[in-house]
Every structure is written in C-alpha cells, then in structure tokens.
Write a protein that binds this ligand. Sequence first.
Ligand code: S5P
Length: 266
Amino acid sequence: MSPEEVWGERWISASSSTARAYMQVAASKQSLVCLAADKPTMAELTELINAVGPHIAALKTHVDLVNDWTPEAWKDFCDRAKAMDLLIFEDRKFADIGGISQHQMGGIYAIGAWSDLVTAHLISGPDIVDGLQAGWADYGRSGGVLLLAQMSSRGNLLVPTYTYEVVRLGTEHGGVFGFIGNGSRPTELSALRSKVGSEKMIWTPGVNLKTGDGAMGQRYGDPTQAIIAGSDCVIVGSGIHKAEDPAQAAKAYAAASWQGLLERNG
Ligand code: S5P
C-alpha cells in the first residue's frame, strides 16, 4: 500500500517533510513503532538495533544514560540507524529558555549534529522551539520538535488547560513536528487528536501489549487502541528491549500498530 492510501488525511495534510519521511518508512515496514532504546551500554544498544531495526520506523534515544558513550561509538550507532531508514529522536525533554536550549543542543553530546527530532516541554514559553531550531542550524541541519502535551506517568501535572495551550501554540509553529500524547489512555488521546487536527503528528509512549501499571508510576495502554485513538507512532521501550526475544517482540508491536492504522482508515 502507498503511504497516501494507508495514511489518508494525515499524509495529505502533513506540511513537514520529516513527517512524510516517517510515514513512508512506516508504510514500507508496516510498523508504526518507535523503539525507546533505553540500554546503558553501546554494545547493548548496537545489539538491540541490529535485532529490531527491520521492524521499527524510528529510534528514540536517551544519550545521557549511556555509561560508555564516546563520540565515535555514537556516530557508528547513528550510521547504523540511518542505514535502516530510522529517524533519530533524542528524548532530551528540553525545558529551559530559548538561548540555553540552543546551546544544550551542542556541548559534549552535540545533539544538534545527529538528531532528527527532540522532545521539549513548553513550560518556558514558545521561544524554546526557536532556540532548538537555532541549535540544529549551528550544525547546518534542521529538525523537528515534539512538544510534551500529555505524559504517560501517574500524577503528572500536564492538566488539560496546559495541554491545550501547548497544542494551540505548537500547531502554529513550523518547527514543531508534533506532540507527545499519553498512549496509556485512549480517551485522553482522542481528545488530544481532536484539538491537534490532522496536520501534526502525535507520538505516544506508555504502550505495552501487557496493559496496566508499570514501574515507578508508568502506565501502559494497548498499541492498537492508541493508534485507533489518533496516535501516529507508538513509542515502546521495555516491551521490546526487556523481552526474551526482542526481534519477535518488535514484530508483534509492529503488527499491532499496523492493524490499528488499517482499522483507523487514515
Ligand atoms: O510521558 C512520557 C514521555 C516519554 S517520551 N512517558 C514516557 O515513558 N516517555 C519515554 O518513553 C520514557 O522516557 C521512556 O524512554 C519511554 C517508555 O519506555 P517503556 O519502557 O515504559 O516502554
């Protein structure tokens, strides 16, 4: 199926070339899964991506939790992801003023040099998005920001009035790729989708084939239900990387997410 056939309105309304690139890869791999590669060593990260790369459409990293990080090993890892057509999404959850966020795209990790997407809170106001765009421009690159509109964790403070302000400001900004929504609660997610409209992406963590409560306040919902409710990508960490057979698990999440897209019908 062509991306337009399977994504329908979202494909037609997308204004971002990165969103289209994602939708194309997702359609060709029949997977709306972003792997949350939360492993502490470069060897484990490499082993994981080698095993699951064909079944995922994007790669999410937390560069600052890797114990043996080196620029060379990281470059190798990113090259591997690129060869598998994966967008690289650094989940840094920036939250500072614009100018500091710009410089935080640099530093030792040089996030602006290799990330295609980053997460940010909008708590400091909309200039953070310009700061992050300037951070990519410092490396002669561009990228997209995913704003946290909802969170999956229990007791979070992103109340609906805050969520909808994030959506209002974010939908107007060309540097915003989309929003993080709560994958564990389909009703909250449908409400978010109706506010966001069809142009921007919603990506959702808090997803596991085994639904219910996770460790330390994490909550999990079902991948198919999340896509039907309006998510465009399920972010899955432990469901894949803690499975006995991560490749088989990634395949199962891919199938569940794809089924959701077919049921949603665009
Ligand atoms: O609200 C959120 C936002 C994010 S980006 N809740 C989350 O869990 N995340 C991230 O998704 C979190 O940082 C982690 O990398 C991943 C969820 O991992 P899992 O092991 O619970 O699937």
